[in-house]
Write a protein that binds this ligand. Structure first.
Ligand code: ATP
Ligand code: MG
Length: 562
């Protein structure tokens, strides 16, 4: 394609509303433009990448026996009412004014609608149905460009099976296909949440990448692949060692000491000699949660252990219960249930609040001094803690979901009455799975992982073009002739060339655009080298440059791209 005739409106400046790197680069490279919050147009250059991603997805979905559908985005609301999801989607669902339609945020309902009309017998199963289609979600805070759009492209597939073993198999096929797709796209990803493995289990896995644009915080072990949302993540519990001699309890005056750090400074002790108290109200009753040093309480873990309703105690409730304010609460003399984090198990010689403002207590022995104390894992996992599986350090960071595979079971088939007859002639609900990949997210996350300060860096697989051909001076006929010839020869062997044939653009300007757009190879055609029958080839990723004799160019380009 000739740049002089193309619509690739590159920008020199960083657009002021963009903060995430992929968003900035896609705007600057003229790949996308915003139409309204969370609604983007893909311009020709960006759409070429989308097409390449969807080609890869199609190939791998077809390889596992998937059959491609194209379902309507505009759905009768009544179908969505069968599963009660008009209500459960709430504000995320777009409604069409004056008509009983919704814009589909996903397609379980419509696929199940088709399945119930045709999949009547175990002989009709298994089935893998998929599509690559636009979804609509009224995301509350669309940001980070196409990573979280209100309209986006999703590959969604649905499996229908007669037995739970068959579901496990279909799920396994998707797991493998997803790994292939993300590997082909050269994405560094990890998988969160293993399937339960149990028959009929409702396992699910999320394929995620590290990203500043992510809204989930995960703990990840590079070494063994352990990955979990911090809400549930665990690490190796390195308990505080019990000292051989327990000291006596002693009250210490600690005027205006409120935090663990202040206490450590004031008493010249280490953080791990302190136990921090947090009081929660659990179903109307006070519970004191004791943490080691500056460890924070993970309220999701707390909720899971305690059940019922939980909230932090208000300051006035604390005062009434203990006589003290937040920074001075402790286990000694506390009336109510006390649960300590597992790291504190049976510790002694601890310092904690005295339930009296401006005082702390030292020499606390949890075994000796706190009757009926319980222990649980309540900690928020932090970077650097050791992996519970392999004992290598964990990293905690924000991440974003690229894809999701999910054993639905019979949730939708039951509510929509999609039944089939099994081998014994008995009627059962279809056993389903659903599996999604965000196409724009694949593209944006690729850019997040493959760029430098000058711009994007494409590999051959997803690159909008393989070669960026730069004519240094279009007013010189020998350059124009040589470029024309190179363009034709490379195109003939299937190499996609973007040809910068702009008449009045300066060389520096062309170089900057080439680096910004990031095609794998740049071929630079200038007068001086041409006199020796040579052109320069630059590898965008490594910055390496080669002078190549014109006659060898096609072979060399093929080699470098391979
Ligand atoms: P998230 O938690 O990030 O909102 P989700 O769990 O709602 O995602 P799914 O319903 O599992 O997403 O959809 C399948 C895939 O569609 C996701 O893995 C993601 O890649 C993509 N996706 C979901 N929401 C959006 C969006 N608003 N913009 C772009 N892609 C999206
Ligand atoms: Mg999901």
């Amino acid at each position: 394609m000739r740049l002089s005739k193309s619509f690739i409106p590159t920008l020199k400046e960083v657009p002021n509303d963009a903060v995430v790197k992929s968003h900035i680069l896609m705007l600057r490279a003229g790949m996308i433009r915003m139409v309204s919050a969370g609604i983007y147009s893909f311009l020709p250059l960006g759409y070429r990448v989308i097409r390449k991603i969807t080609d890869i997805i199609r190939e791998e979905m077809n390889a596992i026996g998937g059959q491609e559908f194209h379902l309507p985005a505009l759905n009768p609301r009544e179908i969505w009412e069968e599963t009660n999801r008009v209500e459960s989607f709430g504000d995320i669902l777009f409604h069409v004014k004056n008509r009983d339609y919704v814009l589909a945020p996903t397609h379980e309902e419509i696929m199940t609608y088709h399945a119930r009309n045709v999949l009547k017998s175990y002989k009709d199963l298994p089935q893998i149905w998929y599509q690559i289609q636009t979804k609509f979600r009224n995301e509350a805070r669309p940001r980070s460009g196409v990573i979280r759009g209100r309209q986006f492209l999703m590959k969604d597939s649905y499996t229908f099976d007669a037995t739970w073993e068959q579901l496990d198999y279909a799920y396994g096929l998707h797991d493998k296909a997803y790994r292939k797709i993300f590997n082909k796209c050269d994405l560094k990803y990890f998988v969160v949440g293993a399937s339960s493995g149990a028959m009929g289990g409702t396992g699910s896995e999320e394929f995620m990448v590290k990203s500043d644009a992510g809204e989930d915080t995960v703990a990840y072990c590079e070494h063994c692949g352990y990955a979990a949302n911090v809400e549930v993540a665990v690490s190796k519990i390195e308990g505080k060692k019990r000292e051989s001699k327990s000291e006596e309890l002693k009250e210490i005056s600690t005027p205006s000491v409120k935090s663990i750090d202040e206490l450590c400074t004031f008493l010249k002790i280490g953080e791990t000699q302190c136990a921090k108290s947090r009081v929660y109200i659990h179903d109307g009753k006070a519970v004191l949660i004791l943490m080691l040093g500056n460890d924070e309480v993970n309220e999701m873990k707390l909720q899971k252990v305690l059940g019922g309703t939980i909230r932090p105690a208000h300051p006035d409730e604390l005062k009434e219960m203990t006589g003290a304010d937040a920074g001075s609460i402790g286990p000694i003399g506390f009336k109510g249930r006390i649960i300590a984090d597992l790291k504190l198990k049976d510790s002694n010689n601890l310092f904690s609040g005295a339930n009296k403002n401006d005082f702390h207590i030292g020499g606390i022995d949890l075994q000796r001094d706190v009757k009926n104390i319980e222990y649980e894992d309540f900690r928020i996992v932090k970077s650097g803690e050791l992996c519970a599986k392999c004992e290598k350090p964990l990293e905690v960071f924000t991440a974003i979901e690229l894809g999701h595979i999910f054993k639905l079971g019979t949730k939708y088939s039951e509510s929509m009455k999609a039944m089939f007859l099994d081998e014994n002639g008995k009627e059962n609900p279809l056993i389903m799975g659903s599996y999604g990949i965000g196409v724009e997210r694949v593209m944006a996350c690729y850019i997040e992982q493959h760029h430098d300060e000058k711009g994007m860096i494409w590999d051959k697989t997803l690159a909008p073009f393989h070669v960026h051909l730069i004519a240094l001076n279009m007013r010189k006929q020998d350059i124009v002739d040589a470029c024309g010839k190179i363009y034709d020869e490379l195109s003939q062997v299937g190499i996609e060339v973007l040809y910068d044939d702009r008449l009045d653009a300066q060389a520096g300007f062309k170089f900057n655009d080439a680096d910004l757009l990031g095609m794998p190879l740049q071929i630079i055609v200038g007068e001086k080298k041409l006199r020796e029958n040579k052109v320069e080839v630059k590898v965008r990723k490594s910055g390496e440059r080669f002078d190549i004799i014109l006659d060898d160019l096609t072979i060399k380009v093929k080699e470098l791209l391979a």
